[in-house]
Design a protein around this ligand. Structure first.
Ligand code: HEM
Length: 168
């Protein structure tokens, strides 16, 4: 059981690195590079790279949910705890709930971005990068992307606190 648990935590951290690292690379490297006078490339580039990152992100989410649930199980958490006021009031209980709320928010923001606004923005930017529609959609997509980056930083902070006893 210990080997399985260690493997699960390792896989969990690798999945977290794949998603958080990908998001930060897009925001800190790719988008500034495109903004520096390569707008005509942006639509096709974001469609291609975003399209390839999408399965990486969603497979990471599935791995994080499965390994995260197993990690909680090994740490003695049971479904009943999530409705137990005394457990919910503990620092560890608060960390688990906060992490699940952040995870839910990340899934919603990612779904809207990946299957809606992000795709529409890439298509509009490819059709006419200077059109009002492309500008509007690009702004919305980048807002969602930045929101997800903030949520990513927040969930890793909560993860670090969860492992070390919980939220203050
Ligand atoms: C985007 C989603 C997620 C990210 C980025 C993430 C990230 C992390 C990281 C970096 C750690 C290691 C923290 C450390 O050792 O200091 C961790 C641990 C943990 N995560 Fe997540 N996580 C995510 C989703 C989840 C979900 C959905 C669950 C529960 C269903 C979960 C449950 C846990 C648990 C229980 C641990 C402690 C592992 C242990 O026993 O040491 N995580 N997470």
């Amino acid at each position: 059981m210990r080997v399985l648990y260690l493997f699960s935590v390792w896989l969990h951290v690798i999945a977290a690195i794949a998603w958080v690292g990908g998001i930060l690379f897009l925001i800190l490297v790719v988008v500034p590079w495109l903004r520096a006078g390569r707008r005509e490339l942006a639509g096709a580039f974001l469609r291609e790279t975003g399209g390839r990152f999408l399965p990486v992100a969603w497979v990471s989410f599935a791995v994080l949910l499965i390994t995260g649930s197993f990690n909680l199980y090994v740490r003695g958490v049971r479904p009943g705890d999530l409705v137990d006021a005394a457990w919910l009031a503990t620092p560890f209980g608060r960390a688990v709930v906060l992490k699940l709320v952040l995870f839910g928010s990340i899934l919603v923001v990612s779904a809207v971005h990946d299957f809606g606004v992000g795709r529409q923005a890439a298509a509009a930017m490819e059709a006419d990068p200077r059109s009002g529609k492309a500008t509007r959609l690009r702004r919305r997509a980048s807002l969602l992307g930045r929101l997800n980056a903030l949520l990513a930083l927040a969930i890793v902070l909560v993860a670090v606190m969860l492992v070390r006893g919980g939220v203050l």
